[in-house]
Design a protein around this ligand. Sequence first.
Ligand code: ADP
Ligand code: ASP
Ligand code: MG
Length: 470
Amino acid sequence: MNDLHPLILKFGGTSVGTTEAMQQAAQAVQQAREANPGVVVVTSALSGITDRLLRATAAATEGVNGAAAAEAAESVYAAHQAIAAALLPAERREAILHAVRSRTETFRRLLEAIAVLGEVTPRAYDAVASLGERMSAPLLAAVLEASGIPARAVDAAELIVTDAAFRNAQPDMAASMPRIRGALLPLLREGVVPVVTGFIGATPEGITTTLGRGGSDYTAALLGAALEAAEVWIYTDVDGVMSADPRIVPDARTLPRLSYREVAELAYFGAKVLHPKTIRPVIERGIPLRVRNTFNLGGPDTLVVAQGEPVPGTGKAVTLVRGLRLATVEGRGMLGVPGVAARTFSAVAATGTSVPLITQASSEQSITFAVPAEAAPKVAAALEDTFAAEIARGDIDRVALTPPVAIVTLVGAGMSHTRGVAGRLFTAVGTAGVNVIAIAQGSSEVAISFVVDAAEAEAAVRAVHGLTKQ
Ligand code: ADP
Ligand code: ASP
Ligand code: MG
């Protein structure tokens, strides 16, 4: 029996990354408590900290000296120390910084161990990756207390049971549910705000796991589902999900209402603002999920619902995937040679590379597709291997790689059935002086994608964004 339907507030890294952000977050919690006395907070690591932890881990596998490990640990400590110094009274500050110090010491020792071994096991990777949230949660709880909100940091390793797929662990909802309720409902009944570490879980044996990058949204959704939340609010640094990344398109507009399927499409085509898998637990239960701006409380936001009412024929948003190259297998002798496409894509698949886009070939003489830039050299090598005989015979000239490219996509329901959309789109891109290198083959009903040079990607996004207004 649950008479309490709390609000879950999740703060992303930029929402807790600075003194000003932490103050904003505290204000958001204060306002939420006025609307609903039961508030649960989920926090990410301070912005940039998880990246810094993982970069240092990668460097450690190449061997680091003690000084480099100490320096990495010190920079992580300093980020937390600056906020604690600005926002916590002296007596509270000491206890929090002591806890932060013990985490950064763990980090330093793990780096040294990784350097000795020359490799990082998945389990060690998660031990390091989890440290950011294990510092931000106690800090945020203390900041809330300092602003008069009773709060308690809670480590999600005690709440969320996962499998042992380190770095991308799968939560076990049935096993987690009683733990979540058992730990958080008593706090809520006492009027205390639990501040839960996002991103982290643990195996049934208690070994720390993480839920994949950006996984704090997942934590918020799991808690929302287990606690039968009234709503889940994902706080970030922009006004909800927008018609384009506002860092690229300054006049991007907030999309007030999105269906789950549209969120999935946006994410698939590169708008990483919400990962669909992570929000499924709340959407399935009909719990409303909102994306809101920590720095513009009361500003526009996005409500995500199970079913939407798409407006056919209009582009809703423009997305961008960077960091790709195009690979081309070509040669006049390919004409009529059976199985070239099948052999090409099985060779690519064998390298473990996913192909986000295959382009339209004007003839049977070439096959072109996009691959992540970092995988491009091994893909080219695998293809040269597969087609060694054809290359030797001259049937296939070569396997070519382009310089870095990006995929720009106009996303929106029913577009490809609407006459003229593609025409308007490519006119807009052409008018902006951007060269379209390739167009996606058989674009889906919901999206039109094309490839441009990496340097022209932002100009292309801005040009296409104009079409979302119609
Ligand atoms: P958080 O740290 O809060 O989890 P993320 O970095 O995961 O934040 O997501 C927010 C960022 O996503 C924004 O700062 C924005 O630059 C980027 N973004 C990309 N596409 C979009 C979009 N269509 N709408 C809103 N934000 C977007
Ligand atoms: N801190 C983790 C990351 O950077 C999780 C999150 O922010 O959601 O991926
Ligand atoms: Mg995120």
